[in-house]
Ligand binder design. Structure first.
Ligand code: CIR
Length: 255
């Protein structure tokens, strides 16, 4: 069960966030409303949400998932691979928030890079995507930290997606939403795989929060597959975040 979540209100500069697609820029006022609805959905799912203030210097700073990993034993402050995002991980209010919840707060050091969108937690085991943002040195540091606390990790090379969780979502009870390159990966054979069709690929980024699953608006096939498994689905519109490669998981830390 998750008790807590941390989010950050989007920056007024969100339209300058990094993107790999050509679907226009996020509209700030709409992004704010969608963020409020996201926080309401998390609250409905039963977590206490800590809301951090916006930081205009960092257009992507609402994507707090990338700057820390929150485990059952410790928090780990990452070192993002995107140069414009590296200093986001040093923001004092986030560090303070993590210290208020955790006795142990660890850190990834240079030249290691990790963005926690590349990390999928399955119980005490962590799958770590090696991507343009997370390098082998960062993954090795992360695994060493996890092992210090009796946890474990393994790396998964990525080919097409930005982050590991762009194409995967663990919904607990062995259920795994799987898109694209991960559908045939031997690493995920042991899971009960719910395959995501290519026209709904973005929708693979759902999040399990207690007995609910937050699903992005506009992905009906994924929604019905998840409902068929008995989860309570909470639909949240993420259209503005999608324009800059962001989704539901990226917008919070959950622990
Ligand atoms: C970026 O490219 O870093 C942001 N525009 C999107 C980050 C999405 N984060 C995530 O998937 N965990």
């Amino acid at each position: 069960m998750f008790k807590n979540a941390i989010v950050r209100i989007p920056a007024t500069t969100i339209s300058e966030g990094i993107t790999s697609i050509d679907e226009g820029q996020p509209i700030y006022s709409k992004a704010l409303v969608q963020h409020e609805n996201y926080v309401s959905a998390l609250t409905k799912a039963g977590v206490n949400v800590t809301v951090l203030e916006p930081v205009d210097e960092f257009p992507d700073s609402c994507f707090v998932e990338d700057v820390a990993l929150c485990t059952s034993k410790c928090a780990i402050i990452t070192r993002p691979g995107a140069p414009t995002r590296q200093k986001e991980a040093e923001l004092e209010d986030m560090t303070q928030a993590l210290h208020s919840f955790y006795e142990h707060v660890e850190k990834i050091e240079a030249p290691g890079t990790v963005e926690a969108g590349d990390i999928m937690m399955v119980g005490d085991h962590f799958y770590i995507g090696l991507s343009a943002r997370t390098n082998a040195e960062g993954a090795a540091q992360l695994i060493a930290i996890l092992e210090k606390y009796g946890l474990s990790g393994e790396v998964v090379p990525l080919k097409e997606v930005l982050h590991l969780k762009t194409g995967l979502a663990y919904l607990e009870n062995n259920n795994l939403l799987v898109a694209g390159e991960f559908q045939t990966s031997p690493t995920f054979e042991k899971f009960n795989k719910l395959n995501v069709e290519i026209d709904e690929a973005y929708g693979a980024n759902c999040i399990w929060v207690n007995d609910s699953v937050l699903v992005p608006k506009g992905y009906p096939k994924i929604q019905s597959k998840i409902e068929a498994l008995g989860y309570k689905v909470l639909v949240v519109d993420t259209s503005e975040y999608r324009k800059i490669d962001g989704g539901l998981s990226c917008l919070s830390l959950r622990f």
